[in-house]
Design a protein around this ligand. Structure first.
Ligand code: DGP
Length: 125
């Protein structure tokens, strides 16, 4: 079920537990502002999630409330992850699902990185 992005941040969500180390993840990258790990239900040969360590429900929440430095640092982190995964040569796709129409399921902002093959269709049916 997609989340309601207007709900306040729920610090019992699964990604909050991963950040606190209460649940495991298959970590691929970490820095001061971001954590990246393999998606548990991969939809491509490479499917990594990058999440901010700050408590943000969604892309909307993050871009409204995070300060410029945190937003810039998080963008840099996403780029660091794609380069670490050596996707900068072949290319990749980024996706952020937001709220109901975006079919966001976890109420903590996450950027999907897809790679390892070409993606021909912009938006699936
Ligand atoms: P979204 O629809 O954008 O909210 O995608 C949520 C993604 O999170 C989905 O691809 C599956 C992934 N996911 C859900 N629970 C877990 C988990 O406990 N661990 C990991 N690694 N990924 C998870």
């Amino acid at each position: 079920m997609p989340i309601d992005p207007r709900e306040p941040y729920d610090d019992t969500n699964i990604f909050a537990k991963i950040i606190r180390g209460e649940l495991p993840c298959d970590k691929v990258y970490e820095d001061d502002v971001a954590l990246a790990f393999n998606d548990i239900r991969p939809q491509a040969p490479v499917h990594v999630l990058v999440i901010p360590k700050g408590a943000y429900v969604s892309w909307d929440d993050f871009t409204e409330k995070a300060d410029d430095g945190e937003i810039a640092a998080f963008m840099r982190s996403v780029g660091n992850v794609t380069r670490q995964l050596e996707l900068d040569g072949p290319g990749y796709r980024l996706m952020v699902n937001m709220g109901g129409h975006g079919h966001q399921e976890v109420p903590h902002l996450h950027v999907h990185i897809f790679g390892g093959r070409p993606f021909f269709q912009m938006i699936p049916d």
